[in-house]
Design a protein around this ligand. Structure first.
Ligand SMILES: *Cc1c(COP(=O)(O)O)cnc(C)c1O
Length: 391
């Protein structure tokens, strides 16, 4: 039996981690062999090197490799002593992992609506929610501690405004950077703004491992050391726990693979941006909304998310043309069974979140996509709108 990867007969999907492996196969295979031949498989020299290289790339002083993005968020929160009864302002238009991590430390997530154009936290809503929270006597006893913005689809939330609100009200900021490896605002990378930045290296992310992996970045040395302890049973040294920790270690194989992929991340992101530009040009005549890049932002297009009222029909049409579009995400977190009726939101409600969820659609985008495949997606979309009588 021969192994086939993405062939012409296979549908075109939103992401393609195996194409990313094949693109850098020689280097990745070599890295894997190096680890197999070494005497160290967990938290060894590859992890340390990756931590240094990744934090240097982001522009923070420290990086701590952990087991996943969810774990990175949880350990960043715990490392900052955010726990039982503390309140964290975040968004509902995100991966369920964002909310799960906040609840895992015992904190209470309060959901802020998104900006309907950028899909990231609406800073006016945030400002309003913080002010209301401060004046409501009913909330006494529950301390508002932090803001957890999510840099969604490859574009950063408005960090200038978020950091200003945080400073004014003495709140901590933890950035969820899992979809924003290499995204920038005013030339500064995602993860370098808040007290800590949490990254996932799930295989489909812009920087993806071949398994689960994550990292916390920070310029706070004390925090970095605390997270290093927390990721391994709370040990300050072997078999000497000084606080309760968990097992959230990063292994050498994933770290070695990530070191290879990190070397290609800039070029990969440039390719994503080029594909997004082709889409923007090709899809411009069609009656659907394309992503909007905010001024001062470098958008790295983890997803290319369009918006249309005719999503259901478009998905079917694309599927018939061998294109599997995705939805990120089909339900906001507060609408999912584990959370529904239970999560709190800010005073402004979640109008834009709920509306976006009905109309968003992710088109295929990954660095190894060919120009021809990009043009095929544009052609299929054009055909759809023609069949709808709109062109
Ligand atoms: C992928 C993702 C996570 C979770 O990362 P895991 O590595 O799967 O735990 C968290 N937040 C966002 C925004 C993500 O996209």
């Amino acid at each position: 039996m021969s192994l086939t990867y993405a062939t012409e007969t296979m549908p075109l999907c939103v992401s393609n981690p195996s194409a990313s492996y094949l693109a850098y196969k020689r280097e990745i295979d070599e890295a894997i062999q190096r680890v197999l031949a070494s005497k160290s498989y967990i938290l060894g020299p590859e992890v340390e090197a990756f931590e240094q290289e990744f934090s240097a790339y982001i522009g923070t002083k420290h990086g701590v490799g952990v087991a996943s993005g969810t774990s990175a968020l949880e350990l960043a929160l715990r490392g900052l002593s955010i726990g039982a009864g503390d309140v964290v302002f975040t968004v509902s238009h995100t991966s369920g992992a964002t909310i799960a991590a906040i609840e895992a430390v015992g904190a209470v997530p309060v959901l802020i609506d998104i900006d309907p154009v950028t899909y990231t936290m609406d800073v006016m809503e945030l400002d309003w929610a913080v002010k209301v929270w401060r004046t409501q006597p009913i909330e006494q006893g529950r301390r508002l501690k932090a803001i957890l913005p999510v840099h969604l689809y490859g574009q950063m939330a408005a960090m200038d405004a978020i950091m200003a609100i945080a400073e004014k009200h003495e709140l901590m900021v933890i950035e969820d950077c899992s979809q924003a490896h290499g995204a920038e605002q005013k030339g500064k990378k995602a993860g370098g703004f808040g007290n800590a930045g949490a990254f996932s290296f799930y295989p489909t992310k812009n920087l993806g491992a071949i398994g689960d992996a994550g990292a916390v970045v920070t310029s706070n040395e004390e925090l970095a050391w605390r997270i290093r302890r927390l990721r391994q049973y709370g040990w300050s040294e072997a078999n000497h726990a000084i606080e309760l920790g968990i097992n959230s270690r990063l292994d050498e194989l994933q770290a070695a693979i990530l070191r290879v992929k990190l070397r290609h991340l800039s070029v990969d992101n440039v390719r994503r941006i080029a594909i997004a530009e082709s889409y923007a040009k090709g899809l411009a005549p069609l009656p659907m909304k394309c992503p909007v890049r905010s001024a001062d932002n470098r958008h790295v297009y983890h997803q290319y998310v369009i918006r249309t009222e005719h999503r259901g029909e478009l998905i079917k049409h694309l599927k018939n043309h061998g294109i599997r579009a995705g939805i990120h995400y089909p339900q906001a977190v507060h609408q999912q069974p584990a959370y529904s009726g239970r999560l709190r939101c800010g005073p402004g409600g979640l109008e834009h979140t709920v509306a976006a969820v009905e109309e968003i659609l992710s088109l295929p985008i990954y660095p190894q996509m060919s120009d021809e495949q990009v043009q095929n997606v544009i052609a299929a979309c054009t055909l759809f709108w023609r069949s709808m009588g709109c062109l």
